[in-house]
Ligand binder design. Structure first.
Ligand code: PMP
Length: 409
């Protein structure tokens, strides 16, 4: 591993150089969305400025070029995840759509009455609600897998809950509330002993950790481009080729057919079968640029840098009286969710915003995870490779000042 300097990454990201409320912006809301390097912004502008065309149709030069650009995005995602082939990558709007796609296309017909879908309590709502909808439709059960106090998934409970009735296990590769990185590889191996499939939600992991879907042996791996320095509206679903090959259409339209007749319609092969309609072409172009940008740095060095930034932030935040960080599992990405005695999370975020510091406050689309800690709301600082210790110092200084102000809750 080589050295990594956040300054090199910062220099590429124009928005990090703006001010908010008279202060240089501190973007600590990376868990919600990441900021974009100029390489991504220019790739998207370049597509619309010089290369815009629909794809997979028309015999003209620009349709061919746009198709190649779109497919180059797919190739890049496959390499990024170490997928066996670009054909195992389906473009989607994001994590939420990918999960709903799996529920609709794979879940219907495979999940039935009395079957179990195991869902850890710390999952994002987008990895809970689609399974509740599927369970309702199929009369299956969504079974919560409990958490330990430190935010790790209770592995003994997980082992006990698995059975021959388990059809699917879903797991976030990193929690958006606690940052916890569960042992996805071991959990996947265990699920497979019962013949269950495993979906790994990589929304919070991809920006922080190198991912190898073959090493995890996941049946499905999903992520959103906007959480990895790419535009909104583009994301990816990886499915194991032997699983993808059995999946039914979930939306009908152009691109997903081979021939249409009122007597008989035949379908295009996967992944196109699952990509009805015009895709987000400029999104794929932006995603390719984002993955190229991220992988131009040493990934292990990024992880080491973020881990040291997280340790620095935890230590500095511990100096704020009354501040409590949720969960202290050692294996985690750079996410810190916290409460401050006497101050309601929304008021903390508003206070920090006055100092130009963006953190999120609320339930983080993970109400069961917060309920585990007896909370309905918390503040969250989430870091990316372009954040610095100086920014952490500003956060902590502002929190100290808040402490010294009158309580707001
Ligand atoms: N899963 C996790 C773990 C997330 O953090 C998020 C976004 N907060 C999602 C799923 C949903 O992602 P999107 O809104 O981009 O579909």
């Amino acid at each position: 591993g080589g050295a990594f300097s956040p300054e090199a990454a910062r220099a590429d990201v124009p928005i990090l150089h703006r001010t908010v409320n008279g202060h240089p912006l501190v973007w600590f809301d990376n868990g919600a969305t990441t900021q974009k390097p100029r390489q991504v912004i220019e790739a998207v502008a370049g597509f619309y400025g010089a290369a815009n065309s629909n794809i997979h149709r028309g015999a003209h030069t620009m349709a061919r070029e746009a198709t190649e650009a779109y497919e180059a995005g797919r190739d890049a995602v496959a390499r990024f995840l170490n997928a066996p082939s670009p054909d195992s990558i389906v473009f989607v709007r994001g994590t939420t759509e990918a999960i709903n796609l799996v529920a609709a296309s794979w879940g219907r017909g495979r999940v039935g009455p009395g079957d179990d879908i195991l869902v850890p309590v710390l999952e994002h709502h987008s990895n809970i609600v689609p399974w509740q909808l599927l369970a309702k439709e199929t009369r299956a059960r969504v079974v919560p897998v409990p958490l330990l106090e430190d935010g790790r998934i209770d592995q003994d409970a997980y082992a006990d809950l698995l059975s021959m009735r388990t059809r699917l296990v879903v797991i976030s590769h990193a929690s958006n509330v606690l940052g916890t990185i569960p042992p996805v590889r071991e959990m996947t191996a265990l699920a497979h002993r019962y013949g269950a499939k495993v979906l790994v939600d990589g929304a919070q992991a991809v920006a922080h950790l190198p991912v190898d879907v073959q090493a995890i042996d996941a049946d499905f791996y999903v992520f959103s481009g906007h959480k990895i320095f790419a535009p909104t509206g583009i994301g990816a679903l990886y499915a194991k080729p032997e699983v993808l090959g059995t999946m039914a259409p979930w939306q009908g339209g152009g691109n997903m057919i081979e021939s249409v007749g009122f007597d008989r319609t035949t379908y295009a092969p996967v992944p196109h079968l699952l990509e009805a309609g015009t895709g987000h072409i400029s999104g794929a172009v932006g995603l390719l640029a984002a993955l190229n940008w991220l992988t131009s740095f040493d990934r292990d060095a990024i992880t080491a840098y973020e881990t040291s930034l997280l340790a620095y932030a935890r230590e500095a935040m511990a100096t704020v009286p009354g501040l409590d960080v949720l969960g202290d599992a050692p294996e985690r990405v750079a996410v810190l969710t916290f409460t401050l005695a006497g101050h309601e999370p929304g008021a903390i975020a508003a206070w920090l915003d006055r100092d130009g510091i963006a953190v999120r406050a609320g339930h983080h689309c993970a109400q069961p995870a917060l309920a585990h800690y007896g909370l309905t709301s918390a503040a969250r600082a989430s870091f990316a490779l372009y954040n610095t210790r100086e920014e952490v110092d500003r956060l902590v200084a502002s929190l100290h000042q808040l402490r010294q102000s009158a309580p707001t809750a």
